[in-house]
Design a binder for this molecule. Structure first.
Ligand SMILES: Cc1cc2nc3c(=O)[nH]c(=O)nc-3n(C[C@H](O)[C@H](O)[C@H](O)COP(=O)(O)OP(=O)(O)OC[C@H]3O[C@@H](n4cnc5c(N)ncnc54)[C@H](O)[C@@H]3O)c2cc1C
Length: 394
């Protein structure tokens, strides 16, 4: 550290911390951005399968989970995807649009980190890596921060330490602990955007099918319906559609799988097959991988000869195909989760400035808050938008 006192200290050089530091730096503030990891933006580097799904063209509050669904509106409205896209374009980073408005870099997530590092330099932000925060105390109107690299003070403190997923990338509960230290409510965390595991007694069946992927629609007991690819793994289920529904799944509850999302009216479709004396397996093979057709028919004991089916049996078949209740027994945990749900309660912070109501000069931004986006670039958009709103107030 080059100084003993800063206008702002930001803890956490991830997505939110970097953007907040850049914008505060451009506003002329003397900013220190510190992180205990050896490099900034570790999650950005591995995000989006290495291509970083850095935002989404269709961001709406309904894409976020938060105890107060209105909380996200102000920050999202004030920093729209176009603002980040403009940045990406100014740095000549090539990108592509995939399904549902998702934007990915073409040449790798490292370009987004490089862009943010360049902007940090231009904004005159001091970056201190490999820096552990030992203690944080507010004395009078000044923050006193003890770190492994020395003692410093600041007028304002921004906590951008992220969520608990991917502990191997140095995720920590620092932000939640600091919030508790100041008497702020913290909503318990759980893994989100995470594969689901099947009970041990059923694993052999799923394991035999591991590697298969198919288009499904899936719903949890509450929350929206998601359509997309599901991947069968040795432990259970994964793929974009399952990651999406994992945010809404609660232990002990089922998820409902529709294995024929493209067939508009399955009852009519089955009746048609029966009347035309078509075999069930032949029809299913047009929608599913062959291996699944066999295994599924054996499991549910639906034979090929629909002509022999009573109406009741046909209805049972329709339900098994479109509303198959599956009971996962766990998630794959923080090690495999893209995000964590829960965090510092949004009741504790202003939705305009991100300053806490109880402690002036203390701010929380990004994933450390109880805000979690759907899959599709929404989590980064939240990091950028909350950072932007906070930086205007510092
Ligand atoms: C595998 C994976 C893929 C993902 N892909 C996408 C994607 O494509 N699109 C998308 O929108 N989202 C994606 N996400 C989610 C996204 O990465 C996060 O939501 C986002 O990074 C959160 O930003 P943040 O700044 O709040 O936290 P982070 O980016 O996690 O940054 C937190 C920073 O705080 C530091 N820190 C933590 N504790 C301390 C401490 N005690 N002292 C000092 N520093 C500390 C960490 O080292 C880290 O640098 C992905 C996540 C994962 C794990």
């Amino acid at each position: 550290m080059t100084q003993l006192h800063y206008d702002v200290v930001i803890i956490g050089a991830g997505a939110a911390g970097m953007v907040c530091a850049i914008q505060a730096g451009y506003r002329g503030l003397n900013v220190l951005l510190l992180d205990h990891a050896p490099k900034p933006g570790a999650k950005i580097r591995i995000s989006g399968g290495g291509k970083c799904n850095f935002t989404n063209r269709r961001v709406e509050p309904k894409h976020f989970i938060c105890a107060n669904p209105h909380f996200v509106k102000s920050a999202l409205a004030r920093y729209q995807p176009e603002a980040f896209i403009e940045w990406v374009e100014r740095h000549n980073i090539a990108y592509e649009e995939r399904d549902n408005g998702q934007l990915f870099t073409l040449e790798g997530a490292g370009q987004i980190v490089a862009m943010l590092r360049t902007e940090l330099d231009w904004a005159g932000v001091e970056l201190q890596l490999n820096c552990d925060v030992v203690a944080v105390i507010k004395q009078h109107e000044t923050w006193s921060i003890s770190t492994s690299q020395g003692q410093l003070t600041s007028a304002k403190l921004v906590v951008a330490t992220g969520g608990l997923s991917y502990p191997k990338l140095r995720a920590s509960d620092f932000g939640m602990k600091l919030a508790k230290q100041y008497g702020l409510e913290v909503i318990p965390s759980r893994p989100g955007l995470v594969p689901l595991q099947m009970p041990a007694r059923q694993r052999a069946w799923w394991s035999d099918l591991s590697g298969l992927s198919l288009e499904v629609a899936v719903t949890a007991q509450r929350g929206p319906r998601f359509e997309g690819a599901m991947l069968i793994t040795h432990q259970g289920l994964s793929g974009p559609c399952i990651l999406q529904v994992s945010n809404y799944w609660q232990p002990g509850e089922p998820i409902s799988l529709n294995l024929l999302p493209d067939v508009k009216n399955v009852a009519e479709w089955l009746l048609d097959l029966k009347q035309n004396a078509q075999s069930l397996s032949g029809a299913l093979k047009q929608h599913w991988p062959k291996r699944l057709v066999q295994a599924w028919q054996t499991k549910f004991e639906f034979d090929d000869h629909l002509a022999n089916y009573t109406q009741l049996r046909l209805d049972q078949l329709g339900t098994s195909l479109t509303a198959w209740s599956i009971y996962p027994d766990d998630t794959a945990g923080y090690a495999k989760a893209e995000v964590s749900l829960g965090g510092v309660s949004t009741d504790e912070v202003s939705s305009k400035t991100f300053e806490t109501h109880k402690v002036s000069g203390l701010y929380f931004i990004g994933e450390v808050l109880d805000v979690t986006g759907h899959l599709g670039g929404f989590n980064f958009q939240w990091a950028w938008a909350s950072a932007h709103a906070c930086a205007q107030d510092l």
